[in-house]
Design a protein around this ligand. Structure first.
Ligand code: HEC
Length: 144
């Protein structure tokens, strides 16, 4: 249901979360450890395997989370590795700067937090993964 309709119709409790699009081509991770870290810290916004929760149906949170997931996916989508993903090249930088995973997300998902050792492991794993299965040029986001 469109968001405004959902707001009017449901008051405070029943916005639908969007269905996950199908996985068109999964990135081939270099090893299980890297995949596990990426799944834990990045997949909710950078894959088509988002784990939606009941709380995401609350209207305000619903728009925030849907927006983060939509923008996250268009910047880099590990489930659509057959499409444009050139911004993935910035993954190491955003990890070094502590920009990703988004702080608003780790606040609500403490499990997704990475300690220093895990950040180094994920950086090395991503570099090795991109060397064997590189992101394609082009980007899927409109002007945001
Ligand atoms: C809560 C959702 C969320 C999670 C979790 C998340 N991201 Fe992001 N990511 C975003 C959004 C939203 C953007 C777009 C940022 C913007 O519009 O400036 C983004 C952008 C990016 C970009 C593109 C470069 C840039 O700065 O715009 C990279 C690379 C990236 N994320 C890497 C990661 C990595 C690596 C992880 C896991 C360690 C991760 N992200 C976890 C939401 C998320």
């Amino acid at each position: 249901m469109p968001r405004t309709l959902c707001l009017i119709a449901s008051g405070l409790s029943a916005c639908a979360v969007p269905p996950n699009p199908p996985v068109s081509r999964e990135i081939v991770w270099i090893d299980a450890q890297t995949e596990a870290l990426a799944r834990r810290a990045c997949y909710d916004c950078h894959s088509n395997e988002t784990e939606w929760q009941a709380i995401h149906r609350l209207p305000l949170l619903n728009s925030i989370v849907e927006g983060d997931v939509a923008r996250g996916r268009c910047h880099m989508n590990f489930s659509a590795w057959d499409g444009p993903n050139e911004e993935a090249a910035e993954a190491v930088e955003v990890l070094l700067d502590g920009e990703m995973p988004l702080p608003s997300y780790t606040l609500a998902h403490p499990r997704a937090r990475l300690d220093d050792e895990e950040i180094v492991q994920l950086i090395e794993g991503i570099e090795a993964t991109f060397a064997t299965d590189p992101p394609l040029p082009g980007e899927a986001c409109g002007d945001d």
